[in-house]
Design a protein around this ligand. Structure first.
Ligand code: PLP
Length: 395
């Protein structure tokens, strides 16, 4: 393409207008910036902006207080002995998988729940690990049970002649918002002397999660998914800071004594980590049990409102315990079959009503999130769904 001034303007792309809209996009509700993070984004947007006072180790920078954040506040928050900030949940998972794989002999594998996110799979692949999944889960609950892990570990041992390097559980899974019995899964895994990695991309920063209390060995989270950070930024923790897992994960370079190999020396620098830190006080508050309980109640209210129309089926754990909600909507689907706009009708209807977040073109099945939306807005969205169904004579 031509790189003249006029052509280059296309890259100064304006965000599709979610401004003034109610956002129910599961990818976005937990990553909306706090006011403090918005200010930090502007202030720290320049490249390498945090490196002014760096003595060689990014997470030991005292001003701004990155050291205090990474080495004190974050481990306390995650319930781990040590923590680091990374460039995302997937980078955290890759670092953990790779740190385990590099000290193991031969071909190895990880056991994962069958609802694992694609980023867990590619992280394992990139670390040279094969994957054994727990069995496929069934409609309508799509529940992963602890026994599924026993089965998968046994199947892995039969197929590979050795135990897995690690088991990974997605908490909650990114499709149905189901919360598996992690404590039990961890116990099962530990009976085989296999460490457990909790993928908290949809939990860390939204709800109370504590690695030590759940009995897992590693935990990862996503700053831009669930911690009100611009990102890309993630977190990772290892429960026992004195363990061989921690030693391998935080191994220092032979060529530069202060740089950690799995982190490629430094991870998040500049605005991503500064927005994460700026939102952290709010993150701590919003994940307190009493606040999370309100979010769960809001999600349950929204599900009930939709189910009461008779035109929505909610899949997943009941009563639902998370803001991520998977729905089937025969009503919307019927409309899409008969209207001229086809399956795009819903996007247009919702746009008009200033509701953002259902993927364009989806009508039959879709995911939404009620996180931080608030009761008043949720009532508005439920009313809007009803109005659309009425407009096309579905109820
Ligand atoms: C969004 C998501 C991720 C990816 O998080 P990144 O920080 O973007 O790497 C991983 N796992 C699950 C379950 C997710 O929903």
């Amino acid at each position: 393409m031509s790189l003249d001034d006029n052509s280059l303007k296309m890259f100064q792309f304006i965000k599709r207008d979610a401004l003034g809209s109610i956002n129910i996009d599961p990818l976005q509700t937990g990553g909306k910036l706090t006011d403090a993070a918005k200010a930090a984004l502007l202030e720290w947007g320049d490249g390498y902006s945090v490196c002014d006072y760096c003595g060689g180790v990014l997470d030991l920078i005292k001003k701004p207080p990155i050291e205090e954040f990474v080495h004190k506040a974050l481990p306390e928050f995650l319930g781990t002995g040590a923590a680091r900030v990374t460039n995302g949940a997937r980078e955290s998972k890759f670092a953990i998988f790779h740190s385990l794989a590099k000290v193991a002999d031969g071909k190895n594998y990880v056991v994962m729940d069958s609802l694992s996110h694609y980023s867990s799979k590619v992280a394992a692949e990139r670390a040279g690990l094969e994957i054994v999944f727990t069995k496929k889960v069934d409609k309508p609950e799509y529940r992963i049970s602890p026994e599924d892990f026993t089965e998968a570990i046994e199947a892995g041992i039969s197929a590979h002649g050795k135990k897995p390097l690690v088991t990974q559980i997605t908490y909650p899974d990114g499709s149905y918002g189901n919360l598996a019995d992690v404590a039990k899964i961890a116990k099962i895994s530990h009976e085989y002397d296999v460490p457990v990695l909790l993928n908290g991309a949809y939990s860390v920063g939204r709800m109370p999660v504590n690695a030590k209390e759940l009995g897992v060995d590693f935990i990862v989270g996503s700053g831009h998914k669930s911690m009100a950070a611009s990102g890309p930024v993630g977190v990772m923790g290892v429960t026992d800071a004195d363990s061989v897992y921690a030693q391998n994960l935080f191994q220092k370079s032979a060529y530069n004594k202060v740089k950690e190999v799995e982190l490629l020396g430094c991870t998040s620098r500049g605005a991503p980590i500064m927005t994460l830190m700026a939102s952290f006080p709010e993150i701590v508050k919003r994940t307190r049990p009493e606040n999370w309980q309100k979010e769960v109640e809001a999600a349950q209210y929204f599900i009930k409102r939709l189910e009461d129309t008779g035109q929505f089926i909610h899949y997943g754990q009941k009563p639902h315990q998370h803001d991520l909600i998977f729905l089937e909507s025969p009503g919307f689907f019927n409309i899409s079959e008969k209207t001229k706009k086809g399956r795009f009708f819903l996007y247009h209807e919702l746009k008009e009503k200033k509701i953002h977040g259902i993927k364009t073109g989806l009508t039959k099945n879709f995911k939404i999130s009620t996180f931080g939306v608030g009761m008043e807005n949720l009532k508005y969205v439920a009313d809007a769904f009803e109005d659309i169904l009425k407009k096309y004579d579905e109820i």
